[in-house]
Design a protein around this ligand. Structure first.
Ligand code: CO
Length: 140
């Protein structure tokens, strides 16, 4: 089965300052808020018909998103591809010479397991891979 574009991650300083723009663009889109302590971020997921925009605000302190914002400013941070099994994908990528960020999938938002491919190895794109926690679980 082919992967899907699960979401596009957008780094922002404050979700509250950015969300009104997307509410103007797409007033009907459901928005879901979530704190993700494992990633030191708070996210607002804007659910579109075929994918999701994930506004990412750093939690206080020195976080990866804080560093990104300092260096690059607000904007597209990553694209997330949903795969059948994030650990199987990481193993395949390691065999192909890449070095995924985590040894095995880490807890991400929405109860998904996530891993990342470094932009230095992907022609400039931070790629998040995610899958349902239980690879046998299927979206209904
Ligand atoms: Co993401």
């Amino acid at each position: 089965m082919a992967s899907t574009l699960n979401h596009i991650g957008i780094a922002v300083r404050r979700i509250d300052d950015v969300l009104p723009l997307y509410r103007l663009i797409e007033p009907g889109a459901p928005v879901e808020f979530e704190d993700v302590p494992s990633m030191q971020v708070r996210v607002a997921k804007i659910h579109l018909a075929n994918t999701c925009l994930e506004l990412i605000e750093p939690m206080p302190g020195e976080t990866a998103i804080t560093k990104f914002l300092e260096k690059r400013g607000e904007g597209i941070h990553h694209v997330c591809l949903e795969v059948a099994d994030v650990d199987a994908a990481a193993a395949r990528l390691r065999a192909g010479g890449l070095t995924p960020l985590y040894e095995s999938g880490k807890d991400g938002s929405g109860g998904m397991r996530v891993n990342f491919l470094r932009p230095g190895e992907t022609h400039g794109v931070l790629i998040e891979l995610n899958s349902l926690k239980n690879a046998n679980e299927r979206r209904s």
